[in-house]
Design a protein around this ligand. Structure first.
Ligand code: SF4
Ligand code: SF4
Length: 496
């Protein structure tokens, strides 16, 4: 057992209001420099939709992530032969059109325009050519189903849905959608790290944060092609790759990452998970339908004395074990099993998990009449407006079992709380629903509290980062080139 600690995250999608505050917080802190205009380390997508960069989930086009060939795990975009053939031009990289043409405005014109009959306007100016331009795309271009026929209908997660289910999503005035905020998943099996020919990307030994060493990056951009989530970006000004650093300078001083801290819907949770790194390759090689359960099995019980001993023997500080025992992510992922990794079929083993949305239907509109009466308090999850198959494509590698489990438990908790607080649902029915959803009253109360009444301290259990201890995990990334690596490119310079 090779016990490692990993900072990991949960986003509760039913609580996201799509306000983009998280994206702006990140943008203002990290990507306001030259060359980073188009970078959104945090972005919020509307689902169904094609996201940012456009159609990033289409791996036939982008070839990201891992695949199993003859029982062996291998990168789709990169190999020894491909790294030579593709070194000056990678055929699977997104282009500027897949992102968008960054622009600014001619603000000065607002002050210097000559007097005239019209109000002066600030025209958009291309940040690439410096010429006036027409804005044709942006990072949230398909927000709230704007342009649905172009964007939403091309969502890859609609694959396998019947025509009736598709129509259910797109019927005019019966539209349904939810928000999908995305950051780097700081994966356990990061394709970006494995693909880098220069060994510039690395996974920090003590907390699993995936970073790019700016001094080693040689602009090959193999990481961008390999990351199936397209969460590495290329800075055209510095000639280096950049990505989400999970605000490690904030974490090292005990503060939550900026996007977590600023989240208006309080959808974000952060905590430590202990896991068995010896099982990464075997887990990532399993058939798609087993991946979600197998990744969950890799997460170890932080109360188990054997796990604690192995963790401490491996250099994990006792205070980190203590943080793992209080981790909200452990509760959501391992104990309650209601948080699921996105697109685990890419086999990078993401460490950002999502609680799938129930998206309850509160009203519908037919023939111009809005009807908010309903026979049941909440719809049956099988007939939810977001089809189960769609959520399964996003969170279950196409398999519905784990998604259904998460939704049933959430519904039972809501039903139970309704019985407690309003009393129009009888408690015997609520308790039966809890039992059927593999939940009891104590767990329902705990889910309710961490979902609805949580404070900063409940949501963010940040361990002391122990950079001084991390020396024990130092490894040379060049020796581990092509693997998913743990360690640093240079010894840490300071302690706590
Ligand atoms: S492969 Fe995973 S760790 Fe690497 S950039 Fe993509 S999401 Fe982040
Ligand atoms: S700040 Fe929170 S609620 Fe707002 S879009 Fe971001 S994740 Fe959603």
């Amino acid at each position: 057992m090779n016990v490692r600690s990993q900072i990991s995250m949960v986003f509760h999608l039913d609580k996201c209001i799509g306000c983009h505050t998280c994206s702006i917080a990140c943008k203002n802190i990290w990507t306001d420099r030259k060359g980073t205009e188009y970078m959104w380390w945090n972005n919020v997508e509307t689902k169904p939709g094609t996201g940012y960069p456009t159609a990033w989930e289409d791996q036939e086009q982008f070839n990201g992530g891992w695949e199993v060939v003859d029982g062996t795990l291998r990168l789709r975009s990169q190999s020894k032969a491909k790294s030579v053939a593709n070194i000056f031009h990678h055929p699977n990289l997104p282009t500027m059109d897949d992102y968008y043409h960054p622009w600014t405005y001619d603000y000065q014109h607002l002050f210097t325009a000559p007097e005239g009959p019209d109000q002066p306007t600030a025209r958009p100016i291309s940040m690439v050519t410096g010429e006036p331009c027409e804005i044709e795309s942006g990072p949230n271009w398909d927000d709230d189903l704007g342009g649905s026929p172009i964007y939403a209908e091309h969502d890859r997660n609609l694959d396998g849905l019947t025509e009736e289910q598709r129509q259910q999503l797109f019927a005019v005035e019966r539209l349904v959608f939810f928000y999908f905020p995305r950051i780097c998943n700081h994966c356990l099996n990061p394709a970006c790290v494995a693909a880098c020919p220069s060994g510039a990307l690395y996974k920090r030994g003590e907390d699993g944060i995936v970073l790019v060493d700016q001094t080693r990056c040689r602009a090959w951009r193999a990481c961008i092609a390999a990351c199936p989530y397209k969460k590495v970006f290329f800075n055209w000004s510095t000639g280096k790759s950049e990505k989400c650093i999970l605000c490690f300078p904030r974490l090292e001083t005990g503060q939550a990452p900026a996007c977590f801290h600023s989240c208006v819907g309080r959808i974000r949770y952060l905590g430590v998970l202990l896991y068995d790194a010896d099982r990464i390759e075997a887990t990532a090689s399993l058939p798609a339908e087993e991946l979600v359960g197998a990744q969950r099995d890799m997460v170890l019980d932080p109360f188990d004395p054997k796990v604690i001993d192995a963790a401490i023997a491996n250099g994990v500080h006792p205070s980190v074990v203590d943080a793992a025992q209080r981790s909200p992510v452990y509760q959501f992922v391992k104990v309650w099993k209601i948080a699921l990794p996105p697109h685990i079929e890419y086999r990078t083993l993401p460490m950002l998990f999502y609680v799938p949305p129930m998206a309850p239907v509160m009203a519908n509109r037919n023939d111009g009449v809005t009807n908010s009466s309903t026979e049941e308090l909440f719809h049956d999850i099988e007939s939810a407006r977001v089809p189960m198959k769609f959520l399964a494509n996003l969170f279950g590698a196409g398999h519905e079992g784990k998604v259904r489990y998460a939704l049933r438990k959430q519904k039972a908790v809501r039903w139970y709380r309704r019985a407690v607080t309003v009393g129009d649902v009888d408690m015997a029915t609520a308790e039966r629903m809890l039992r059927e959803a593999d939940c009891d009253v104590a767990q329902a109360e705990a889910i309710y509290r961490l979902t609805s009444l949580c404070t900063f301290d409940d949501r963010f259990v940040i361990p002391p980062m122990h950079r001084e201890e991390a020396l024990q995990m130092l490894e040379d990334p060049m020796e581990h080139k092509g693997s998913v690596g743990f360690g640093f490119t240079a010894p840490p310079q300071r302690g706590l």
